[in-house]
Every structure is written in C-alpha cells, then in structure tokens.
Design a protein around this ligand. Structure first.
Ligand code: GLN
Length: 454
C-alpha cells in the first residue's frame, strides 16, 4: 500500500521510467529467509533503491531516457547494480534522467521532465528542475520515494542534482566503480556513485558499489575501504582549501553565504582554512564541453538500428537510409547537438585546434589540483552557482545550461572524488549544496568533511 501511494506521487513527479516493486519485495523476502536461517546479511540488506536508467539491468528495459533505446531489455547486468543486489538491495524501478545523461535539468529525457518536490517560498507554484542528469534519482530520494538511488557523474550529474534537491551524493575517484554495463557517455569521465539522504548512507552504499572489475579496463585494483566505519566529524589537523578562482564576480549572494557558513562549520569541527589557487579553472568548462561531446560522438555511433532498441525502416530503404532514419527519430535535440560538436572537434581539420588543446587544458587542471593538495587536504566550494531554477528557464539556451556545471566539471576532468552535501536553504527556501573535493582515492577525507557540514 505504501508503495502504491508512492507510485502515485512518483507519477506526478515523473521520477520513474519503469517501476519494479516485485524486485524490492523479493529482496525483502530474501532478507527474511537469510535471517531465519541465521545467515549473515549484506550491507544493503532489504534496502529498496532506485536505479538510474543508465545501468543495464537484466530483464528490465534500459533506455538512457532515449527513444533510440526504447524497448531494449539487456541480457546482462551492470557490475555496479549486480554488486548492490549481492549486498541485499532490491530494485524499486528505473529512474528518469537526461537523455544519455546529457543535461543539467532532466529536461532532455524522452520520457518527459522530472519535477522537483521543492517549491519556492514565494507562494507561487513554479515547477523547479530537479537538476541533471540524475534528476529522477535526486527526486526519488528527496521526495522520500526511495531511501537511496544510484547516480552517474560525468561532469556533475550526481552532485548538482543532489544540491538542487537537498540530498547528499558522492562521485568517487575515477576507476573506483566499474563502468561495465553503464550506458557510456564520455568514458574517460563517467563514474557511478550513490545519492542518499545523508553522508553515512552514501558511505554504506558506496562500499557496496565500489571495487575492481576486470571487465572495465580503467577499473582500479585497490581494496574498498570501510568508509562507514571510518566516518568522523572531527577534522582537527585537516587543512581545507578555499579556491579563490571559484569566488566569481557576481556570485549569487546566498551561494556565497552558504560557502562562508560551510567554512565556519569546518573550522568549528577543528579544520584549518587555507586560501588556494586553481589557476586554470576558467578553462575547465570549455575543455569539458569539447572532451565530453567528442567521446559521446564516438560512443553513440553504436546506435545504428541493428543492435539495440529502435529501428526505423522506411519503405524501400537501404542500410544507410535505415541508419539515418533511426538516428534522426531516436536521438533528442541535445544528443544530436553533442554528436555534431563532438564530430566537428574530432574532424581532421579541427582536431588539433580543439580536441588536442582541450586535452592539454585537462592536464593543466589536474596539475592545478596536485599543486593545491600540497597545501590542503580537501577543497570546499559551492556545488552549483545557484539553487534550482524553474523548468523551462534554461532549456532553450544551451550555454546558460552548460554554465550551471562550472563548479562541477574541474573535479571530473581531474578524476577526483567529489561530494555534494546539503548546506541549508536560500532566501527562497530552496536547498543549496556545498561541494567537497578530495585527493584521488581519499573518499574518506571527502566523506568526513561532508559529515562535518551536514
Ligand atoms: N551537465 C553535464 C552535461 O550535460 C554533466 C552531465 C553528467 O555528469 N552526466 O554534460
């Protein structure tokens, strides 16, 4: 009954593409059986979770929120989702997202917008963006439809939706979680991670998701730490860096204030605060919006109407016509825009001017962080330049949409662990998030600073 009430709420918010309550019940039954048999229970025993519809799930439609994958039912399970089931979790359903995880507002989904459960305190009822691309995940958790959900983060897609909806989410170090069985967007950036109500839940779920996988060539062969057991809100001896380039002209006053509050909270927890410089910050966004579309244009070449989902076969059409018709009908506008940008920057005449240059910038950004981490242990910054914006506000202006990722993409380009934690409300009553960025493989430092903030 509770589930059915939730389904009604879920259908208004449009957080789920497919509901699978039987899977969640099945996991609960397994926990009962294991308990009666005196067997040990997994870390996620009986926890019903939402699964971003970018993870391949055996026997359950997997669409990446694109028409081109509609009806695609994988015969395999992603490594990360399999690890969650092995830890005892059960799937409530597949969650809505921006199409192929391209977007910051969940407005590029073929299955319609997700609506944030939050409203401004001005008495109006403007529907707000839940953030993106993991907008179904953020909404499912924020609206209490699920205690936790998976997300993926290529350039902020766990952190920004978490910030927009007042929940926690962590993108681990690149290589911590296997990418095998996750629909690829930009393979050198894509990472899975948990989205949940608080830092502790994120630590527990990340332990279940992380770990070496020989099926992903970029997976790191390192043991998974016991992050939950290592949680501590005592930050004495921890140096927190405040990057001066993130304090941009015209910064939203409420965002600036929440950043100052975060600095004070970390100081109260025993940390020392240091001013740091990340000099190439302003080139991160342009570099990201070259590298991510370049990789996407290559990854999305596989959707040809033969292997997966949709096939458009006009009367008398040949193979080339079938490819063209399938891709024209199957991909949304933002996806086509990225394929065009990516193909352009990889083309013979422009490769050096754009793609090679962006790769050099990426190396400089990674070096900025290496230098900064000589003087500090974690970095604190806002997650996004504003609180949630209204649905429709930026959907006709791709550049305004891309600018929302300005604080999120540097850590992605450098492959570093980064988390968004809830940090109070702005004057409109909307949640703001603060971002903690750590050294490679120091998820513990990130989680601990996050714990001191929430
Ligand atoms: N908003 C960014 C983009 O559109 C990031 C998306 C993501 O992290 N998947 O590319």
């Amino acid at each position: 009954e509770a589930f059915n009430a939730n389904v009604a709420a879920a259908s208004i918010l449009n957080a789920f593409i497919v509901a699978t309550p039987e899977r969640a019940l099945d996991a609960a039954d397994k926990v009962d059986a294991a308990r009666s048999a005196g067997q040990p229970l997994g870390k996620m025993a009986g926890v019903p979770i939402g699964m971003k519809d970018l993870f391949a799930t055996r026997g359950v439609q997997t669409t990446a929120a694109s028409h081109i994958l509609e009806g695609f039912v994988p015969e395999y399970e992603s490594t990360v989702s399999q690890k969650l089931w092995d830890a005892g979790a059960g799937m409530l359903g597949k969650l809505n997202l921006d199409q192929f995880a391209m977007g910051s507002s969940n407005e590029t989904s073929y299955f319609g917008n997700v609506i944030s459960p939050w409203r401004r305190n001005d008495g109006g009822n403007a529907a707000l963006a839940p953030g993106g691309s993991s907008g179904g995940s953020s909404t499912a958790v924020a609206a209490l439809l699920a205690p936790a959900a998976t997300g993926t983060d290529t350039g902020g897609s766990i952190r920004q939706p978490a910030a927009f909806t007042g929940i926690a989410g962590i993108k681990p170090t690149y290589g911590r979680c296997s990418r095998w069985g996750i629909v690829a967007f930009a393979s050198s950036l894509d990472q899975a991670g948990p989205m949940a109500r608080d830092v502790r839940d994120c630590a527990i779920m990340l332990e279940a998701m992380a770990g070496f996988d020989p099926k992903d060539a970029t997976s790191i062969d390192m043991p998974v730490p016991t992050w939950e057991a290592g949680l501590s809100g005592n930050l004495s001896g921890v140096r927190v860096g405040i990057p001066r380039e993130y304090r941009m002209d015209g910064m939203d006053a409420d965002v600036a204030k929440s950043w100052d509050d975060g600095i004070a909270w970390l100081r109260d927890a025993g940390a020392s605060i240091v001013d740091i410089s990340l000099p190439h910050t302003k080139y991160a966004l342009p570099a990201y919006y070259i590298i991510a579309p370049a990789e996407a244009s290559s990854n999305l070449a596989r959707y040809d109407g033969v292997r997966y989902g949709l096939r458009e076969l006009p009367e008398g059409a040949g193979l080339q016509d079938m490819y063209a018709a399938t891709r024209a009908a199957g991909f949304g506008d933002e996806v086509k825009r990225r394929i065009l940008i990516g193909t352009y920057v990889l083309s013979a005449g422009f490769y050096d001017a754009y793609y090679t240059q962006a790769q050099k910038v990426r190396a400089l950004i990674a070096r900025d962080f290496e230098n900064a981490f000589r003087d500090c242990d974690v970095i604190l910054a806002p997650t996004a330049p504003s609180a949630a914006f209204a649905l429709g506000e930026k959907s006709d202006d791709p550049l305004a949409m891309y600018l929302n990722d300005v604080f999120a993409v540097p850590a992605s380009l450098a492959g570093l662990p980064a988390m968004s934690v809830p940090a109070g409300l702005n004057r409109e009553g909307l949640p703001l998030g603060l971002q903690v960025i750590g050294r490679a493989f120091d998820e513990q430092g990130v989680l601990n600073a996050g714990l001191a903030i929430e």
